[in-house]
Design a binder for this molecule. Structure first.
Ligand code: 2E4
Ligand code: SF4
Length: 340
């Protein structure tokens, strides 16, 4: 047997243009809570006029935030930056009672864009705390949603994000423990964490239906269904979007390369080397216009076939909050155009 005379050169298999295709996952992108939150800011700007303040990013997406800022919304980190008596919108991720009290004492006019499915978790926290339970909130400590939910019962709530943290939990009565979760966790991670909690506290109680919301679950299920048939999964979403990051993890855990991109320009050409099938999805806060720009970019690179793959239907809508419904009702009606 003869030894090779030189190091073998790594070659990337070239992909025939006719094999290059895009799978566009469905459901993807805006969920009902995000549609509602963005509508609230737009309607508030239209009916009340500027200035309209928004506490934190209305949703975790740079394009959405920049777009609304361009229309006159003023994004602030804390209520102290809002002038007394002004109008302020709470983000879709919710706020703690401490924030609500601060707004009241400052005389701010509040419009609440908290997603109803986040509010549902707040209600559970209040219920369990009233019943004397110690609360374990499974989630990411620095996330605004977790800060808001924890704030409902701060003295009895502990946040955990790893099984090591579950093992280290100390509570006054191990038979009186309840758990809740952030709405945008990985379903697999959450299951694993809840199993660890049940082992440590066999009498632990939880919500009737799980706290991870339908949109998080559907987008993860769609990725699970197609990741095996793709060489690359691109997730459109911003860095600070929890649910978008979870979609990348779901794909990577199944062994399919995946990247989070804010926009088409973030795609690095090297990612596409040897790739024939690209699956595209989008986090719950990522607008469809950015998805279409990614599709156009890939088409330009020879991915000529674009097929929408609908894994399940999704038809959820949420109503608007009363302050907005009243504002719409009170707004002067536009004159009806004369017919010729
Ligand atoms: C409120 C609750 O929570 P996450 O970081 O995924 O938020 P994002 O703004 O990216 O998505 C919408 C949203 C809002 C999700 N859950
Ligand atoms: Fe609401 Fe779920 Fe959308 Fe979050 S991802 S805003 S909880 S519907």
């Amino acid at each position: 047997m003869s030894l090779p005379t030189a190091d073998p050169v790594a070659t990337t298999p070239s992909v025939n243009s006719t094999d290059k295709r895009v799978m566009l996952l469905k459901p993807r992108g805006f969920c009902a809570g995000v549609v509602r939150a963005v509508d609230i800011v737009e309607i508030a700007l239209d009916t009340f006029g500027a200035p309209i303040y928004v506490r934190k990013e209305i949703v975790h997406n740079s394009y959405v935030v920049n777009d609304l800022a361009g229309k006159g919304a003023i994004f602030v980190n804390e209520l102290d930056e809002v002038p007394s008596g002004a109008r302020v919108i709470y983000s879709a991720h919710g706020v703690s009672p401490a924030v609500r009290e601060n707004a009241k004492s400052r005389g701010l006019k509040v419009i609440d864009a908290t997603c109803p499915l986040v509010t549902k978790v707040h209600v559970e926290a209040i219920k369990f705390a009233k019943q004397g339970y110690s609360l374990v909130l499974v989630g990411h400590r620095d996330h605004e949603e977790v800060e808001g939910t924890q704030g409902e019962a701060p003295d009895v709530t502990q946040v955990v994000s790893t099984v090591e943290e579950v093992a280290a939990l100390v509570v006054p009565d191990p038979n009186k423990v309840a758990y809740l979760t952030q709405t945008t966790l990985s379903l697999d991670e959450a299951r694993y964490m809840i199993e660890a909690l049940k082992k440590k506290f066999p009498n632990i109680v939880g919500p009737h239906a799980q706290d991870i919301c339908y949109a998080t679950e559907n987008r993860q299920t769609a990725v699970k269904n197609v990741a095996h048939g793709a060489d690359l999964v691109l997730v459109v979403g911003s860095r600070n979007s929890s649910n978008s990051n979870r979609l990348v993890e779901v794909s990577q855990n199944l062994g399919t390369n995946s990247y989070l991109i804010d926009k088409a320009e973030d795609i690095q050409p090297v990612w596409l080397e040897g790739v024939s099938t690209v699956a595209i999805t989008a986090g719950a806060s990522a607008p469809e216009i950015l998805v279409q720009e990614v599709v156009a970019y890939l088409q330009d690179k020879g991915y000529g076939s674009v097929e929408e793959v609908e894994v399940m239907p999704e038809n959820v809508r949420f109503g608007l909050p009363p302050e907005i419904v009243q504002a719409i009702a009170a707004a002067p009606k536009l004159p009806v155009a004369a017919t010729v």
